[in-house]
Design a protein around this ligand. Structure first.
Ligand SMILES: [Zn+2]
Length: 375
C-alpha cells in the first residue's frame, strides 16, 4: 500500500513541468499546502513561496526544491508534419528515439506523440543508427502539419517525456520527473507537518522554484527578504543525485536503498556554477542523521550543480545552504528509478533537522566578532 508521501509524489510526477512552464505543478502544490500556510505567493519568475505563522523569535529555516523537469522545446513544425525540437536540460540524445512524449500547449492541454526511430528492419540491414536530436522529429500521427498547427503547437511549445509512475517487480519505482517531484513532495510533507507541531519554535518557509534545469534560474532570484522578520539562517535544498544501476556503475558511489545523500561539493566547469557546503552544516546533518538513525551517504559531484549554487547568492549577503539528495538511477530520463525507503528516509531526516532547528541546534554562520557575547 503506497504511503501518503508516495501518493503525493505520484500525483506530482504525473503533471507536466518543463522549465518555464511549471504552472500545473505549482497549482497542485499550492492546493496541497494552502491550509497550512499563512502566506502563499507566486513571484514573477514562477517560484511558489509558502510561509507559516510563527513566534517572532523562532528560528527561520528555508526548505527549497525545484519544480521543473527536463524536457524539450519545439523549434519548427515542418510541412509534412515532422516536429523538430531541441533538448531542455542535460538529456542524452540517445534517450529520445522511439520514446513517447507529450507536448504542452498554452491552453494547458497535453498532446501525445512519439519520437521517430529508424526501423529495426533497416538497422539490421544497414547498421545501427545513433542519431543526434538534429536528425530526430516528433510524430503526432499526422500526415501533414495542419492538424498539428490547429492544436497550437509551434516553435516554442515545450514538451516532456511520457512515462507513468509504476512499481517494478524488484521493488523500486520508476517515472519521469522523479527529479524533482520527490523534492516537492518532501517539501510539502515537511511544511504541512511542521505547521501543526513546531510553529511555536520554528519559522518555516518553503520555496518551490522554477527553471532549475536550465541553470538554477528561479532560485537565483528568490527573495527571502519579504518576510518582514528575521531572514532564514540557512536553506535545506532537496533534490536528486545520479546513483548506481544494477549493471555498470555510472554514478559517483551513491546507491539507491542506502539513504539520503549529503552533497559536500559540486561544480560544473563549463558553467562555473557550483557550491561548497559549509563544514558546520555538514556536521549538523551528520549528527542529526546519526541521532535519528537515518542512513546517510555523502558525495562530491563535479559536472553538475544544484539550486544551492544560485540560492547561496540570491539575496544580499547570500544564504548558506545544505543540499540533501534522494538517490535515483537513470537521471534525466523517462525511467528515473528510486526506492520508497529512500523517500521515507529523506522525510525522516528532514523532520529530524527541523526538530533540531526548533531546539536551537541549527548552525547560524553569522558572527559579530566585536559584540560582547563573542568577545
Ligand atoms: Zn533536480
Amino acid at each position: 500500500m503506497p504511503s501518503p508521501l508516495l501518493e503525493r509524489m505520484k500525483t506530482l510526477c504525473s503533471l507536466p513541468g518543463p522549465p518555464g512552464h511549471e504552472g500545473a505543478v505549482r497549482d497542485a502544490i499550492a492546493e496541497m499546502v494552502k491550509d497550512s500556510a499563512s502566506e502563499l505567493r507566486r513571484d514573477p519568475i514562477g517560484n511558489l513561496i509558502a510561509r507559516h505563522e510563527a513566534h517572532e523569535a523562532a528560528t527561520h529555516i528555508l526548505l527549497e526544491c525545484h519544480m521543473d523537469e527536463v524536457g524539450f522545446v519545439v523549434t519548427n513544425v515542418e510541412a509534412g508534419g515532422a516536429i523538430r525540437f531541441e533538448k531542455v536540460g542535460l538529456v542524452a540524445d540517445s534517450i529520445f528515439p522511439g520514446r513517447e512524449v507529450a507536448l504542452l500547449t498554452l491552453d494547458g492541454q497535453l498532446h501525445r506523440g512519439v519520437v521517430n526511430v529508424r526501423s529495426g528492419h533497416l538497422q539490421s540491414l544497414q547498421g545501427q543508427e545513433h542519431p543526434g536530436v538534429d536528425n530526430m522529429w516528433i510524430d503526432l500521427g499526422a500526415t501533414d502539419d495542419a492538424p498539428i498547427r490547429a492544436l497550437g503547437i509551434e516553435a516554442g511549445t515545450p514538451g516532456v517525456f511520457h512515462s507513468p509512475f509504476v512499481q517494478l517487480p524488484g521493488g523500486a519505482w520508476k517515472s519521469k520527473a522523479v527529479d524533482n517531484r520527490s523534492g516537492c513532495a518532501l517539501c510539502v510533507e515537511a511544511f504541512i507537518n511542521t505547521a501543526g507541531s513546531l510553529s511555536d519554535r520554528l519559522r518555516l518557509s518553503a520555496a518551490f522554484c522554477a527553471q532549475e534545469e536550465i541553470g538554477g534560474r528561479g532560485a537565483s532570484v528568490l527573495s527571502v527578504d519579504e518576510t518582514g522578520v528575521d531572514k532564514p539562517i540557512l536553506a535545506i535544498v532537496l533534490d536528486n543525485v545520479p546513483s548506481d544501476g544494477p549493471g555498470r556503475s555510472d554514478a559517483r558511489g551513491s546507491k539507491i536503498g542506502a539513504g539520503p545523500v549529503l552533497r559536500r561539493y559540486d561544480h560544473q566547469p563549463t558553467s562555473l556554477y557550483g557550491y561548497i557546503t559549509p563544514p558546520e552544516l555538514i556536521q549538523w546533518v551528520k549528527d542529526v542523521a546519526s541521532d535519528a538513525h537515518v542512513p546517510l551517504q555523502e558525495d562530491v559531484f563535479v559536472g553538475t550543480f544544484l539550486d544551492s549554487a544560485t540560492l547561496s547568492k540570491s539575496r544580499p549577503g547570500g544564504l548558506p545552504a545544505v543540499p540533501i539528495n534522494m538517490p535515483r538511477r537513470y537521471s534525466h530520463s523517462p525511467v528515473e528509478t528510486f526506492m520508497e525507503s529512500d523517500l521515507e528516509a529523506m522525510a525522516a531526516l528532514i523532520g529530524a533537522l527541523l526538530r533540531s532547528a526548533a531546539e536551537g541546534g541549527a548552525p547560524d554562520l553569522r558572527r559579530d566578532y566585536l559584540s560582547s557575547s563573542d568577545a
